[in-house]
Design a protein. Structure first.
Length: 314
């Protein structure tokens, strides 16, 4: 049994993401050059077979509750199709529970796998993919860059998610500092207040507008552009090591922010040299070790292609 275009298995590749970027709460996201890759094969039975390498290998479920499988089923049902049995082999590199979009990547991976296996039968446009991903994830700030790459602005228009992709200035050099401990996105979101002072809202509007200019045209403005008063201070109590590192880096002139819901720290350096200096400063932190990852901005977003006949999924 094969898909209508003849493919029986697909390879999916999805980048990590960092959301918020400081002031752009629930709106801005950046795709980064760390990738989860999956081979998804359509089976002749109704069973689910899952193999996992790397991040989360000892913890994530290996049944219908696996987020990639749930996302695939959601896509099939949305298209009015019955999902077949599948064999999934995942090589996970995106850290889990660290604010680098691992759940959003899993959602996007499942949708892309469904898109690939249903190719030639039904078509998924960009708007459909973003809508399904947002319905599954709850908000579009991580799934938009995972789908489309680059810097994305995401918003809701009468309940419908929209996005705009922008190219990042080549002088921007991302650094992600990843700790050993994790942070629950649900807990982090619960710490942000439902209402904020008007002056804080105006402050963040100005910084978010400036951040678009800094990331696309003027990297020298990144320190001022990444200031935030909406969410990071409120979440600091749950991750004091992250808060201390962000404050230390910013005091030394580096555009450091909490990556997504944390606890990783994203530094948007205005050049490779500055990025190395920021990593060296983080290495001096005595409260917890930080794994410094020198990354690039991913410009392609998630991809899906037919798996070569006769090749293996490992």
């Amino acid at each position: 049994m094969t898909t209508p275009d003849g493919s029986r298995a697909v390879v999916v590749r999805v980048p990590a993401t960092s959301a918020n970027l400081g002031p752009g709460f629930d709106t801005l996201g950046l795709a980064l050059s760390v990738y989860d890759e999956l081979v998804v094969e359509r089976l002749d039975t109704d069973g689910i077979e899952i193999e996992i390498e790397g991040e989360g290998g000892a913890d994530v479920p290996r049944d219908e509750s696996h987020l990639v499988v749930r996302s695939m089923r959601y896509a099939y049902e949305a298209m009015g199709r019955r999902m077949p049995g599948v064999r999934l082999h995942a090589r996970n590199v995106i850290p889990h529970g660290r604010g680098m979009g691992s759940s959003g990547a899993a959602v996007v991976a499942g949708l892309l796998a469904a898109k690939g296996l249903l190719g030639g039968d039904v078509e998924f446009g960009e708007s459909t993919m973003l809508r399904l991903a947002t319905e599954l994830e709850g908000h579009p700030d991580n799934v938009a860059p995972a789908l489309f790459g680059g810097l994305t602005i995401a918003w809701m228009d009468e309940g419908v998610p929209e996005h705009k992709k922008l190219l990042v200035h080549r002088g921007v050099a991302p650094l992600v500092l990843v700790p050993e401990f994790t942070m629950s996105t649900r807990v982090a979101r619960s710490l942000a207040p439902l209402q904020v002072p008007r002056e804080d809202a105006v402050f963040n509007v100005s910084r978010s507008a400036l951040l678009i200019a800094a990331l696309t045209q003027s990297p020298e403005l990144l320190l001022a552009a990444t200031e935030d008063k909406l969410h990071q201070n409120y979440r600091a109590q749950a991750m004091p090591e992250t808060d201390r590192l962000v404050r230390t880096l910013r005091e030394h002139g580096y555009a450091a922010v909490v990556s997504g819901a944390g606890p990783s720290v994203l530094v948007l350096a205005d050049g490779p040299g500055r990025r190395l200096e920021a990593a060296a400063l983080a290495a001096e932190a005595v409260d917890t070790p930080w794994d410094a990852r020198m990354l690039a901005v991913d410009f392609k977003g998630g991809t899906v292609r037919n798996h070569a006949e006769g090749s293996t999924s490992s």
